[in-house]
Design a protein around this ligand. Structure first.
Ligand code: ACO
Length: 432
């Protein structure tokens, strides 16, 4: 008999099973709680609620550990590529040479975007945020790529995965080119996934883009580090929307919308805006730290703090080293990196940040890397979205195969008015 937790309500004892994960994490299984007790749990923001069992990503927020399918993210950043990591997340194991080749061929075959979709890009206002454009375009993909009835479910699903991974990257580059009024650059079959993206972004008929392998490597690492993060806000959105058994494009589109927020993926843009503000105000981070500490001021230090990590985000450590490496290679100095390092140095010694366990998260240094690569600020969160796609896809796939699958439908504790009668328009003073 497994371990149990005991719950006493009005003198009656209920026994609830304790579930233990492979890394020793424990959870009380309350799936029969309401049926047995008539009560529900209340957990705003789901900080104490596990919504599923998952075998994709393991995080230990106290120790700063992140592993995809058991493999430490540090090793993947050092030895793997984004495409290989995507395969690992989606399929559960690293690919053989043959499998990786087949996967790469599929990504290449599905990299073009339907020409009729270009009209959409061209008709968005020039100042539209690329995340809004991306979520709309991904949702619209269903109309252009409907289910293929002659294919098996598995084939259809694999093609949908390849389309998303490959076309979203192409669409991101197209939206950038169109926003600048420049000629669209098509993907090339002889370039890797990351090199292709950089080429589509920056190649021009008057200035051919010279691919720098160090920048390609920086992008590989950036995308590997963003590839999954278990049940974060956007992934939870993908699972929740997907739980209604809507098509994958719609579920991913919901994830993109959730990621857009400045408390989530939008933080990478917000960090650079904050660092720029500190720079323009003379470079002293102290007043910003004082504002973040002030309980009467809603300001937060962007790129600091995390729902799960109560120590340094392991991805931020890798990203910080990457900043130095990329800037050194480019022989460039970025004053925002100096400010970021100064800010971190002061903040991590500050009692408020120590007491609240606030450390740099992945977004704190990632924007400096993106700036060095040449990515414009309003595309930062789009870069995050491309990186997070394998995670969203693998989590959606896992939920599809989950024997305990259920429509996501949380409950609530109602605190509104008790039953009352409708007041006629006449009594409310409307002209009769
Ligand atoms: N600056 C100042 N104070 C902060 C910060 C911050 N960045 N983050 C949290 N706090 C404080 C809160 O004010 C609160 O203080 P209090 O208890 O004294 O009232 C306490 O820490 C807990 O904050 P919560 O918002 O309850 O913690 P939660 O786990 O919900 O927050 C979050 C996580 C949203 C990421 C938060 O740390 C934050 O807003 N950070 C800044 C935005 C950011 O960098 N987001 C990216 C996260 S990583 C990602 O999504 C990829």
């Amino acid at each position: 008999m497994g371990k149990i937790a005991k719950l006493v309500i009005d003198g009656k004892t209920y026994e609830l099973p304790i579930v233990t994960g492979t890394e020793g994490e424990r959870a009380i299984d309350i799936s029969n709680l309401r049926k047995e007790t008539g009560l529900i749990t209340l957990d705003p923001g789901y900080a104490n609620t596990g919504s599923c069992e998952s075998s994709i990503t393991f995080m230990d927020g106290e120790k700063g550990i992140l592993r995809y399918r058991g493999i430490p993210v540090e090793q993947l950043a050092e030895y793997s590529t984004f495409v290989e990591t995507a395969y690992l997340l989606i399929n559960g194991d690293l690919p053989s040479a043959k499998e990786l080749n087949r996967f790469s061929v599929m990504l290449n075959d599905h990299s073009l975007v339907h020409e009729d979709m270009r009209a959409f890009f061209e008709n968005f206002p020039r100042r539209a945020h690329p995340m809004g454009i991306l979520s709309s375009m991904v949702n619209a993909m269903r109309a252009f790529y409907p289910e293929l009835p002659e294919r098996s479910d598995e084939e259809e699903i694999n093609i949908t995965f390849a389309r998303l991974l490959s076309k979203v990257r192409t669409m991101a580059a197209i939206s950038y080119k169109i926003s600048r009024g420049h000629k669209v650059v098509y993907p090339r079959h002889n370039l890797s996934y990351c090199a292709n993206f950089l080429n589509m972004m920056f190649d021009s008929p008057v200035r051919p883009y010279i691919i720098d392998q160090d920048l390609v490597q920086a992008l590989e690492v950036f995308w590997i580090l963003h590839a999954d993060h278990e049940q974060n806000c956007s992934t939870a959105a993908v699972r929740l929307v997907g739980s209604a058994r809507v098509n994958l494009y719609a579920a991913i589109s919901a994830g993109i919308c959730a990621l857009w927020g400045p408390l989530h993926g939008g933080a990478n843009q917000a960090v650079i805006e904050m660092l720029q503000e500190i720079y323009e105000s003379g470079g002293d981070p102290a007043p910003f730290i004082a504002k973040a500490r002030d309980p009467n001021d809603p300001f937060r230090l962007m790129g600091f703090g995390h729902r799960v990590y109560k120590t340094y985000d392991p991805r931020a450590l890798i990203m910080k080293k990457m900043c130095d490496k990329v800037l050194k290679k480019l022989k460039r100095h970025d004053p925002l990196l100096d400010i970021a390092k100064k800010l971190e140095e002061v903040a991590i010694k500050d009692p408020y940040f120590i007491d609240h366990n606030l450390y740099p998260n992945v977004d704190f240094y990632s924007g400096i890397v993106l700036r060095a690569i040449g990515i414009p600020l309003n595309m930062f969160t789009v870069m995050f979205a491309i990186g997070r796609l394998p995670g969203w896809i693998s989590q959606w796939k896992e939920s599809l195969d989950d024997p305990h699958w259920k429509l996501h439908r949380p409950r609530q504790v109602y605190i509104g008015p008790k039953k009352r009668d409708y007041i006629s328009k006449k009594e409310r003073g409307f002209p009769v």
